[in-house]
Ligand binder design. Sequence first.
Ligand SMILES: NC(=O)c1ccc[n+]([C@@H]2O[C@H](COP(=O)([O-])OP(=O)(O)OC[C@H]3O[C@@H](n4cnc5c(N)ncnc54)[C@H](OP(=O)(O)O)[C@@H]3O)[C@@H](O)[C@H]2O)c1
Length: 320
Amino acid sequence: MEELKKKIELKNKKIWIAGKTGMVGQAILRQLIKKNYNIKLLDSKTLDLRRQKDVEAWMEKNKPDIVFLAAAKVGGILANDKYPVNFIEDNLLISLNVIRSSYLNKVEKLIYLGSSCIYPTNIKNPITEDLILNGSLEPTNQWYALAKISGMKICEAYRKQFGCNFITLLPSNLYGPGDNFHKQNSHVPAALIDRFHFAKEKQEKTVLVWGSGKPLREFLFVDDMAEACIFLAESYNSNEPINVGTGKEISIKEFAQLIKKTTSYKGKIIFDKTKPDGIYRKLLNVKKINKLGWIAKTTIEIGLKKYYKWYLDNLDKIRR
Ligand SMILES: NC(=O)c1ccc[n+]([C@@H]2O[C@H](COP(=O)([O-])OP(=O)(O)OC[C@H]3O[C@@H](n4cnc5c(N)ncnc54)[C@H](OP(=O)(O)O)[C@@H]3O)[C@@H](O)[C@H]2O)c1
């Protein structure tokens, strides 16, 4: 029990953010810089985390104290559906290689990023952490979800058998600087920002949004997520996964209207009801993290403003 309450100091530590070029990785890096901790950041630029031997050799040479595992093969419904092998295989390999070599090299703490996608469909909302594996998975992203569940269970197994301090965070849908705008790999916020922006530029009269607009979703600004990662790295030491979200939901219709306002698009939104809505509601119960003392700060309005500013400032270099 005492072990669970132990406060971990990130100051003066060797820190490795696996996935430092990704949206979450970049945000964790920004937060660490903001904190002004005297840390040594390790770089694994050319390392392919699917290759066990390379990962083990790199770990043995660099010996990180703290590992943020924010590397993953991430994508939207289309990509998941088209490349199931990549989603299950890459994510299993990345998770197993990094977690196993963290154990072998006595990493003090590993923060594993799962996802709210691992929850079954048809469960009670707001979703509590105990509902994992309590039903069947969404068929389109089951490959990704199964690999992510395995990553979480591998962390749990290493804690159980070897006492490793490896924790799993379950973030809701993220958006913010560093997002991916690839046609097949992007998520709802990136797809909509892009669509509304270009509709404004081309003075198009309408913007098409998939589905009825009725489903409810939760969106977390990525810098809040990164702040939670550091907060939990310092203060949470349990084998139980922990949700990270705002605890607030918004309909896709309201979300699209907010993006319309943020991008100053003057045309009309059309909801294409012939396209699937997906799951109706997906809201994380965030009582556990709130009770520990962390609450998401950024409102959706402010988050979207920052997101769009970053998008405009980086239009020529964003990932497509
Ligand atoms: N985005 C969301 O809405 C969301 C929601 C919940 C949970 N999460 C979780 O948060 C984590 C980070 O997501 P993200 O949105 O930041 O994804 P992202 O922007 O796509 O970044 C993924 C990172 O993983 C790296 N990566 C992928 N395959 C690799 C490999 N084989 N070897 C080395 N590095 C590899 C990428 O490196 P390259 O740039 O070199 O490819 C990139 O740095 C993931 O675990 C994801 O499941 C994300």
